[in-house]
Ligand binder design. Structure first.
Ligand code: GRF
Length: 205
């Protein structure tokens, strides 16, 4: 019997270029999954338009409408459950997750970060790389746990840092790699090939 299609929920806050790349990968059959719902904490996120153009249901859930992170995340969780989401994808979601979502999706949340973790965690990773003077940075897809940008690493891709690079030029070069890497990591998950042992991801054949 064929495996049921992996159901994705995507959390965004902004531009949504990674979301767009995932939509393209699904159309091109490089990724066997379905994006069931896109949720944004920011009503102005351009990613919402991308989802709508592609007939994907969207929801705006703003933290300021709630008294606590727990209440806010419970509402997100209701929507994800409504669509029976299997894997939660953070695609430029600019909020740290709390226990409600982490507990509901143990080892079932992925994030993409624009550096080679564990270097340059947190905000402005590309600027951090330039300021530090590294010759090489890149991007990382990882599972999300309670440690910021600290969960088990799934895939990484290196990108050179050039002498004339600005934050923008480096970000752009990394983004090209991000757009391929995220779909690849999710496809490995869809194929049941990601196992976690001692906080490390093993990719099975
Ligand atoms: C990407 O650089 C991603 O690595 C980081 O946030 C950015 C989101 O960009 N987590 P976009 O909204 O997908 O265009």
């Amino acid at each position: 019997m064929e495996k049921p299609l992996l159901k994705l929920g995507v959390l965004i806050s902004g531009r949504g270029s990674n979301l767009k790349a995932l939509i393209e990968a699904i159309k091109n059959k490089e990724l066997n999954a379905k994006i069931c719902i896109v949720i944004s904490n920011n009503p102005k996120a351009y990613g919402l338009r991308i989802a709508e153009t592609n007939s994907i249901p969207t929801k705006i859930i703003e933290p300021k409408q709630f008294n606590s992170l727990e209440e806010y995340e419970k509402i997100i969780l209701n929507s994800l459950n409504q669509y029976q989401v299997d894997l939660l994808i953070l695609a430029g979601y600019m909020k740290v997750l709390g226990p409600t979502l982490l507990k509901a999706f143990p080892n079932k949340i992925m994030n993409i970060h624009p550096s080679l973790l564990p270097s340059f965690r947190g905000l402005h990773a590309q600027k951090q790389a330039i300021d530090f003077g590294v010759r090489c940075s890149g991007c990382t897809v990882h599972f999300v746990n309670e440690e910021l940008d600290g969960g088990p690493i799934i895939l990484q891709e290196a990108v050179p840092v050039l002498p004339k690079d600005t934050d923008d030029s480096l970000s752009e070069r990394i983004l090209v790699k991000e757009h391929k890497l995220y779909a690849k990591a999710i496809q490995l998950y869809a194929e049941g090939r990601l196992k976690i042992k001692n906080n490390k991801v093993i990719i099975t054949e």
